[in-house]
Design a binder for this molecule. Structure first.
Ligand code: ADP
Length: 375
């Protein structure tokens, strides 16, 4: 026996309404009818039907407008347009606007039953997809919480104890034990770094940067990153130079995420540099795009590895990189954040000579000038 579904037929022709009602009720469905678009919209809101059969050529509010409103308010309702052969073009137009299919007049009871059955199958698939998407988001959020609280927090606690012992704040420890504890401390730091990077990535994937966009001055972000990275650069004898951004370097962005982008790029430019090398950061705004280059004089990236550097966990394997710590997640995070800002990233590298990462972001459009209020 057919499962009972709610079908709404919107048509100004009485004969069509009656025959549809007869066929669909006989099939076991609950069928409602409306004589025009206004009544159709009213019933659609009231009944939340599974399928709407909608005539495109009706007096008053036209079928396409009814279709658009139903699609907007009931995205899981499947709309099938009923059309005469003369209006096939508008049926195609309706499908472009989200109708599932069209049923040309005149049609037989079998044709009606078949298209409604297919429409109901489509509705089931839409509902299943929405439920799976919701489940995926819930699992992702659950996993983030587990990693952040159940994994990261106890590891941080263990690291804090080891900080004290390795920092010789808890009295003397013999040399062999100290060597082992220092090794454990280093491994734990690496693990916590991977967890922190993975959490950043998972939060970006969960759409965390979508909200919180604001007007951001690129120069201010770069100044902050350079001052944070300075001690790290001094340690390796690397000179970092920030050039003033040329032009209107303002973008619509999530400031905290942009800090993550440039911290990663500048930290890599220092990490993968040569002793006494340099890093130059320069930005300029041209033709509606802000371009920021982070250029280093470091070890460069082998040509064959360049296509992979934005993949999760990818790290170049060579004698030059073997001792440099990292997770292989930094550039993947950078790329996702930049894509989330409708921007792009490019890399040019010469092995043994250096690398330039270029970020492109759309310049913030100036809004219309505010007029003085009229007294
Ligand atoms: P990691 O944590 O390993 O630094 P990233 O995702 O930031 O991870 O970078 C991926 C790999 O790309 C690095 O392991 C390194 O081999 C290479 N790389 C990134 N930036 C540079 C750079 N400025 N110069 C040379 N190699 C780089």
């Amino acid at each position: 026996m057919t499962e009972r579904h709610t079908i709404l037929v919107v048509d100004d022709e009485e004969a069509i309404r009656d025959s549809c009602r007869q066929v669909l009720t006989k099939t076991g469905h609950e069928c409602h009818t409306a004589v025009d678009g206004i009544e159709g919209l009213h019933l659609a809101h009231q009944l939340d039907p599974d399928v709407v059969l909608l005539d495109l050529m009706m007096p008053g509010i036209d079928g396409l407008e009814v279709l658009e409103q139903i699609m907007k308010t009931h995205p899981n309702t499947v709309c099938i347009v009923i059309t005469g052969y003369a209006t096939i073009e508008s049926a195609v137009d309706a499908m472009k606007r989200g109708a599932f299919d069209f049923l040309p007049k005149p049609f037989t009871p079998d044709e009606l039953r078949l298209i409604v059955t297919r429409g109901l199958e489509q509705r089931r698939l839409l509902q299943e997809t929405a439920a799976l998407r919701e489940e995926k988001e819930r699992m992702q959020q659950y996993f983030i919480t587990i990693v952040a609280h159940e994994l990261r927090s106890p590891l941080l606690l263990v690291k804090q104890y080891l900080d004290l012992v390795v920092g010789r704040k808890m009295g003397t420890v013999d040399d062999t034990a100290m060597e082992m504890l220092s090794g454990a401390h280093g491994t734990l730091e690496g693990l916590l770094e991977i967890i922190a990077d993975w959490l950043k990535l998972a939060r970006i994937n969960a759409g965390d940067i979508a909200g919180g966009m604001d007007e951001v001055e690129i120069g201010a972000i770069l100044t902050k990153v350079v001052s944070e990275m300075q001690p790290f650069a001094d340690n390796g004898g690397i000179t970092v130079r920030l050039e003033p951004c040329r032009g209107a370097c303002r973008v619509n962005a999530h400031a905290e995420s942009l800090l993550v982008v440039f911290r990663n790029l500048v930290s890599n430019a220092i990490k993968y540099n040569r002793p006494e090398g340099s890093v130059i950061i320069a930005g300029e705004s041209v033709d509606g795009t802000v371009r920021i280059d982070v250029r280093d004089t470091g070890i460069g990236i082998p040509k064959d590895d360049v296509p992979f550097i934005f993949e999760d966990f990818f790290r170049v394997k060579s004698s030059a990189t073997a001792e440099i710590p990292g997770t292989g997640l930094g550039l993947s995070i950078v790329q996702k954040i930049i894509e989330g800002h409708h921007g792009s990233i490019d890399v040019k590298s010469q092995r043994g000579e250096g690398t330039v990462f270029s970020i492109f972001l759309p310049v913030l459009r100036e809004g219309p000038e505010k007029e003085d209020p009229v007294d």
